[in-house]
Design a protein around this ligand. Sequence first.
Ligand code: PLP
Length: 361
Amino acid sequence: MARVYNFSAGPSVLPEAVLKTAAAELVEYKNTGMSVMEMSHRSAMYEEIINTAEADLRKLMNIPENYKVLFLQGGASSQFAMVPMNLMKNSRKADFVHTGQWSKMAIKEAKRYGTVNIVASSEDKTFNYIPEFDTNRFSADADYFHIVTNNTIYGTKPAKMPETGNVPLVADMSSNILSEPYNVSDFGLIFAGAQKNIGPAGLTIVIIRDDLTDYSMDMTPTMFQYKTHVEGGSMYNTPPTYGIYFAGLTFKWLLEIGGVEEIAKINRQKAALLYDYLDNSALFNATVADRNHRSIMNIPFITGNEDLDKKFVKEAEKNGIVNIKGHRTVGGMRASIYNGMPVEGVKALVEFMKKFETENK
Ligand SMILES: Cc1ncc(COP(=O)(O)O)c(C=O)c1O
């Protein structure tokens, strides 16, 4: 069977070239006579793999010296607890921008450890927009300020990061890390699960400013302390070795095509193809109206008729366009067009939508 165009929100499409390299090296990595999966994480060969992956990520994101890169497990969801346990150091207060399911989960966890102040929310309209950031509502003494840089389910993305002054900005970048440039020094901490733009599920990337690594609440499990992983160079215990190796291949691929600036151009082109069609279609509508706050990674759309949505999803699948169904909480459709989705995939989707529109007028 040929590869399909997979619009899944995650785990999701990965660059075919990277999958092919991984396949070629799967049984025997270079001249080691073994798979990366079989390699000791303490071996010289593995050390080179993890060090190169980190160096390449640093290049791609232009990560300053005073930030540590950690390769962890537990998914982005573990960070919802790890962040408050380690960053709630003084006032034990955190500010949150509430823009969907993932901020909701992060808020729920943070509330176990301290006080949560929601400074902006789009819950009133099923999170289909990005709320205004009013700095008057920000807490000057918060230990951190949490934001989701791309709302995977609703397809929204803040156009600008809030000005939080001395309060460290914590970003959940799970669904748009490496999709377009961000200035790492605007943040105190960035985290992301790998399973969208980086590689297989099981690896979680944390980029943390040095001064935020020295504290954790007394009851924090050793594995949940950033300090543990900083001191252990992400090797306190066995790291997700294969996931890190795969991430390294993706980072090399990105560097080869010109880095984050270059992939951002491609991502914007892909998103424009789909939004332009949606904005002119008589059948389909994008659910996010505000063009400034539209995601370029996850694009939800509807026909306004549930039966027709279902028919579309079914027929799309028969045409090699799979996992286009919207999140179970919102319905409709969603095209996730991460870095690994080629332009041809989006073109194929738009062509199919046009055909469907003609046939279902
Ligand atoms: C923005 C965002 N945050 C957090 C998560 C949860 O990630 P994980 O499943 O790695 O815990 C997801 C998963 O889709 C996500 O999209």
